[in-house]
Design a protein around this ligand. Structure first.
Ligand code: SAM
Ligand code: DTB
Ligand code: SF4
Length: 339
């Protein structure tokens, strides 16, 4: 979708926007089920990057306890618990700038991926920058989806991160798509961005060819010690608007109501689901911060009469549309000018 189209949508009265998003949602997801994903931080803190929102960046004095790469058995214990509690996707995050093939750490990650995939769960990883070879190896090990967020617009990105560029992020996303892995790519609200920055993010993501399989919408969890520690809380109605726009801009993607949900009332979450969110992080911890408990989420879904999705083990990534160009190149999205 173009920026102008998104802008027109965003300006609609909220109920009109939600009505349009709901129509798209019902067309593409008639069963209306919610995907349950569990997160685990397999390597915590000590990251070389300077993402202004992140407690895991080594340079900020945060209260975080660092942890080296978790042992395979420990990861499996978490994955089994997640599966037993009804989660169908297991997302493992590592606080790295990126990974390199042939290293002991990467080989260990591949072993972990094989093990978790053997449980019959969809495996998602988020390990930072990836080259084409590493992406192929992850795919062969059983990775269904790779999370790599663009977080905000290319214009605002350099205010948030200086140790890597928007172009770097786009290159990794291309490598993931070329390896046949589904892309999970979204952003964060609350980074002192403008509405235009939010819509630019959606413009770029909706221009991906193939489209991402999932789009996480995070609200900033302000972390003491980070440059954004004092940013105000995001208004849940802004999240509803963003979710509705994402639903319309990327109609076949699962739109994930992600970080920040612990501060949302049941009513705000219900509105997010109605506006097109159909995936959540499930389990009491995100990577390093709190999430609603599994019991609270089960109670909420029951109250709303919402069922949950089965795992999709076919690992079929969305296909590129041959009549359209591939992902917008950095020049086209403007990233080349500002990064
Ligand atoms: N290092 C990898 C990377 O940067 O892609 C993976 C881990 S990183 C923590 C994954 C995503 O978590 C970030 O892109 C960001 O969208 C989200 N995130 C991190 N800290 C957050 C916070 N304090 N509030 C909301 N979202 C956050
Ligand atoms: C995503 O978009 N959100 C998740 C996941 N992908 C990796 C991470 C949220 C992190 C929130 C802050 C924390 O727990 O450290
Ligand atoms: Fe945090 Fe990932 Fe940025 Fe590292 S690269 S500081 S883990 S968001």
């Amino acid at each position: 979708m173009t920026f102008d189209e998104l802008h027109t949508l965003y300006q609609l009265p909220l109920f009109e926007l939600i009505k349009r998003a709901r129509e798209v949602h019902e067309k593409h997801f008639p069963e209306g089920k919610i995907q349950l994903c569990t997160l685990l931080s397999i390597k915590t803190g000590g990251c070389s990057e300077d993402c202004a929102y992140c407690s895991q960046a080594a340079r900020y004095k945060t209260e975080l306890e660092r942890h080296v790469l978790m042992e395979r058995e420990e990861v499996m214990a978490h994955a089994r618990v997640a599966k037993e509690s009804g989660s169908t996707r297991f997302c493992m995050g590592a606080a790295w700038k990126g990974v390199r093939g042939g290293t002991e750490q990467f080989d260990r990650v591949l072993d972990i991926v094989r093990d978790v995939a053997s449980l019959g769960m969809e495996v998602c990883v988020t390990l930072g920058e990836l080259g084409p070879e590493e992406a192929k190896q992850l795919r062969a090990a059983g990775v269904a989806s790779y999370n790599h967020n663009l977080d905000t617009s290319p214009e605002h990105y350099p205010n948030i991160v200086t140790t890597h560029t928007y172009e770097d992020r786009l290159r990794t996303i291309r490598n993931v798509q070329d390896a046949g892995i589904s892309v999970c790519c979204g952003g964060i609200l609350g980074l002192s961005e403008t509405i235009a920055d939010r819509l630019r993010l959606l413009e770029i993501i909706s221009g991906f060819n193939p489209h991402p399989e999932s789009v996480p919408i995070n609200s900033l969890m302000p972390m003491p010690g980070t440059p954004l520690a004092d940013n105000p809380q995001v208004d849940p109605l802004d999240v509803v608007r963003m979710i509705a726009c994402a639903r319309i801009a990327v109609p076949t993607a699962k739109v994930r109501l992600s970080a920040g949900r612990s501060r949302f009332s049941d009513e705000a979450q219900a509105l997010c689901f109605y506006a097109g969110a159909n995936s959540i992080f499930y389990g009491e911890k995100l990577l390093t911060t709190d999430n609603p408990t599994a019991a609270a989420d089960r109670a909420l879904l029951e109250k709303l009469g919402l069922g949950t999705l089965e795992p999709d083990m076919r690992h079929t990534a969305p296909q590129a549309d041959p009549t359209m160009p591939l992902n917008p190149q950095p020049e086209a999205c403007g990233a080349g000018k500002c990064c």
